[in-house]
Ligand binder design. Structure first.
Ligand code: FAD
Ligand code: UDP
Length: 368
């Protein structure tokens, strides 16, 4: 099969790149080894009629007007602000930690200034820049809150201690002195009205775009004659693990439907930092706004082996990634983009932004 550009991966990275290139006149063919489009953001209706996210809850949020405008061409949106409670002891408390969390946990009645003073007293006053996630947490909330909300969750999620992870991981979670209990504060917080998969279908609906699912690049690459390849899978796999495996963290998603249950839990997601083997439970109808007499939930169990979902941000992994990235830079005719190919803990909007930039650069260098 002759194409201008072959794209490996039908997630945000691949689909965004495809659309930009197609609109600039390039014939694009995408393949994915999975049986569906959308990558990890794929959603579908389960056997009971509820819209679910098979690969865990995906909440769209961005401060980028450019990304929001691009995606808005393929979907309408419904406003949605995500809220999460953490189960600590017998209590369900807001995370990110805020005024409500502190007052409820310690039986206090502090105002905003009181919470700020409290945190100032308990936090670990460290010199210099935070290097690890432990530095981030201890220097913002001190050891008791660290143990109750962060240490156990992180150990479960990554199989590593907070001190072994780069600062950026825990820095995703802010600390607040007010009562804002939203998980995100971005300008745009919306869910695609008809779901992510429908949004991808529209993005891929272009005369210059074709795609196939259930096709693995490594076994099928000889079938295609492409002027250029865009690769969005794990970067170490592309180079046949030449320098050894780059660690990616995996999850097992255990889905459950509860018939005749109007509501399973108080918030869309409940985090379990301590006792349970899973990290969190998400109830989909609280995100999608669907009304249904039953409800569908997912529990996330972190795993060392399995599909690669998260790069593991720590210095030695970054050093190994740099070695692969040097090969990637030298690889003629191939562009690497996306969470797995760039080994970056990217959210959906960051992947879209990266793909928009790389696709523009690539379009400039390809002859239509
Ligand atoms: P992917 O979606 O992983 O797509 C890559 C595709 O390449 C895959 O479909 C894969 O099958 C395919 N592929 C790989 N190798 C090959 C091969 N050899 N041949 C053919 N195909 C191949 N982001 C948010 O913004 N908000 C959230 O709430 C959020 N929640 C998340 C929850 C979980 C549990 C996870 C794991 C991620 C979450 N994310 C969230 C991050 C989001 O999933 C990613 O940023 C985004 O989906 C990455 O898109 P991508 O195209 O880079 O990668
Ligand atoms: N985290 C934690 N306790 C929580 C929530 C998050 O310790 O209740 C830490 C943990 O290390 C986690 C990281 O913060 O991996 C980022 O959390 P986020 O919710 O952004 O993770 P994601 O949704 O990407 O899995």
């Amino acid at each position: 099969m002759k194409v201008d550009v072959l794209i490996v991966g039908l997630g945000f990275a691949g689909s965004t790149t495809a659309r930009v290139l197609a609109e600039k006149g390039h014939a694009v063919h995408l393949i994915d080894k999975r049986s569906h489009i959308g990558g990890n953001a794929y959603d579908c209706v389960d056997a009971h009629g509820l819209l679910i996210h098979p690969y865990g809850p995906h909440i769209f949020h961005t401060n980028s007007q450019n990304v929001f405008d691009f995606l808005s061409r393929f979907t309408e949106w419904i406003p949605y602000e995500h809220r999460v409670l953490a189960k600590v002891g017998e209590q369900l408390l807001p995370i990110p930690i805020n005024r409500t969390t502190i007052n409820a946990l310690y039986g206090l009645a502090l105002d905003e200034a009181g919470v700020a003073a409290y945190l100032e007293r308990v936090r670990d006053k460290r010199e210099g820049q935070a290097k690890t996630s432990e530095d981030v947490v201890l220097s913002s909330v001190g050891s008791d809150l660290c143990e109750k909300f962060f240490r156990g969750y992180t150990k479960k999620q990554w199989g590593l201690d907070l001190s072994e992870l780069a600062a950026g991981v825990a820095a995703r979670i802010p600390t607040r002195t007010n009562e804002d209990d939203r998980y995100f504060t971005d300008t745009h917080q919306q869910m695609p009205k008809d779901g992510y998969t429908r949004m991808f279908e529209r993005m891929l609906d272009h005369p210059k775009i074709t795609f196939e699912t259930n096709v693995d690049f490594f076994s099928a690459r000889d079938r295609y004659a492409a002027k250029h390849v865009v690769y969005t899978g794990p970067i170490d796999a592309y180079f046949d693990y030449r320098f050894g495996k780059l660690p990616y963290r995996s999850l097992e998603f255990v889905h459950e439907h509860l018939p005749d249950t109007e509501s399973f839990q108080r918030s869309a997601t409940v985090n379990y930092p301590n006792e349970q083997a899973f990290t969190r439970i998400t109830e989909f109808k609280k995100i999608t706004g669907q009304t249904h007499k039953g409800t569908s939930i997912v529990r996330e169990y972190p795993r060392g082996d399995g599909d690669p979902y998260y790069p593991v941000p720590r210095p030695d992994n970054e050093a190994l990634f740099r070695r692969y990235d040097a090969l990637a830079q030298a690889e003629k005719g191939v562009t690497f983009v996306g969470r797995l190919a760039q080994y970056r803990y990217y959210n959906m909007d960051q992947v879209t932004a990266a793909a928009l930039t790389r696709a523009e650069e690539l379009a400039g260098s390809l002859v239509a």
